[in-house]
Structure formats: structure tokens, C-alpha cells
Write a protein that binds this ligand. Sequence first.
Ligand SMILES: C[S@@+](CC[C@H](N)C(=O)[O-])C[C@H]1O[C@@H](n2cnc3c(N)ncnc32)[C@H](O)[C@@H]1O
Length: 223
Amino acid sequence: MGCAVHQPSRIPVGQPGPRRAAVVARVRRQQARPSCRPVGSRAGVALDRMAAALAEHHGPVTIDLGCGTGESTIARATADPSRLVIGIDRSRARLHRHGPVPTNAHLVRANIDDVLATATAVGWTFDEALVLYPNPYPKPGQQSRRLYGRPALLDLLAVARTIVMRTNWAVYAHEFAMAVEAAGGPKVAAQRWAPASAGSAFERKYLAAGHALWAVMVDQNDL
Ligand SMILES: C[S@@+](CC[C@H](N)C(=O)[O-])C[C@H]1O[C@@H](n2cnc3c(N)ncnc32)[C@H](O)[C@@H]1O
């Protein structure tokens, strides 16, 4: 599965700026109609792997949602050997393009919506969720496909104590922050993100192309 890589010149088409009312309305619809997502057999295998890793580990846990080639998963696990880091991506091709994986990291092929729905249902919680450069689905008709337009956002807030979301699209960052607050999370704001070095493959690509980057940090520890 490829992911839509968008250039800044394409972004404003049809959506000139963040639209709070539409974002809040979509969150309200998700809240009124919680998803009963059927989990397929392939997801079952991946979820069993996750369950085994979580059962064996007694320490902080990070999930890296849409980890792509797993670069950020491996970097996070290497930086903190006490931490279990689980990278999740639906693309077999991307997941096979990685370097050595430390023992405290796992790369799992699954749909992130399945993982989050299962985590909510069975009570898995995560200290940290990384959502680095999620597919933007930039067309106006694609809003319900964005992470913050799907039931997955409610599950994400239910299972992750902190969330780090990064994007190269300002509208996505602002609307993500609006959706977090509308869904009952803390009031957060999109901030410019200017790292000294890239934390993922897409971050490197966007930095090299001179894109402005945005981050939303959600901390629910004090809620
Ligand atoms: C733009 S890439 C970013 C990859 C990586 N996080 C990075 O920063 O380099 C988005 C990734 O999310 C994955 N993805 C998109 N939707 C997904 C879903 N519903 N479940 C699992 N992976 C998904 C795609 O396969 C792709 O690898």
C-alpha cells in the first residue's frame, strides 16, 4: 500500500484552512456511534504477536503507528533499552526495508485501526504513541479517512497516555489538535517542528525538500 505523498502546492486545493466545525461534528458522530470493527484473521496473527510481547514486558511501551520502514521504531528502542517499542504498518514492502531490529523492538504488519480497537477492548495501554507523518488524505472528500476523522482517534486517546503526531501539512496538524480536544483529550496546539536530524524516513524526505513540519504533543498523564 502506498501512502499519498503530497507537495505543498497541492495542499490548499479544496481546503484552504482548518475547519473546526467539521472536525468537531465528525468526532461527535464517532462518539455517538462507537465502531464495532471486525478483526480479520491476518490481524489476529499480528495481534497475538503483540499480546505475547506485551505479556513478557514489564516497563514502558511505545507504539509507532504507521511506522513505515520502522526507522523511528528502531531508533526509539535503541535510545531506551528498557522500553518495548512496537511498530505497526500495513505495508509488507515497507516493513521489509529495515536494518537490524533490537530485541526490545517489534515490527508488526497490521492495520492500526484494528490494533487500537483491540487495545481498547482488551485493556492494553501504552505510555507513548508515535504517529509520524500519517497519510494526509488531503482531498476534501477524504476527511473521514484521516486518523482524526476515524473511530481510531477515540481508541488512541483511550489507550495512549502521550501522543506525538507529526506532519508536513499545517491543516492536518491544526485539525488533529481540534479533534483531540473535541474527543475529550487535553487542549493542545499545533507547533512548528524543526529537528536537528530526521527521526523517520518521511521526516528526512520532507526536511530535504524544505517543507515546514508540524507537531502536536498530547500528554494525558495529568488528566
Ligand atoms: C507517510 S508514511 C510515514 C511512515 C513513517 N511513519 C515515517 O515517518 O517515515 C505512512 C505510513 O502509514 C502506513 N499506514 C497508513 N494507514 C495505515 C493503517 N490504517 N494501518 C497501518 N498502516 C497504515 C502506510 O503504509 C505508510 O507506511
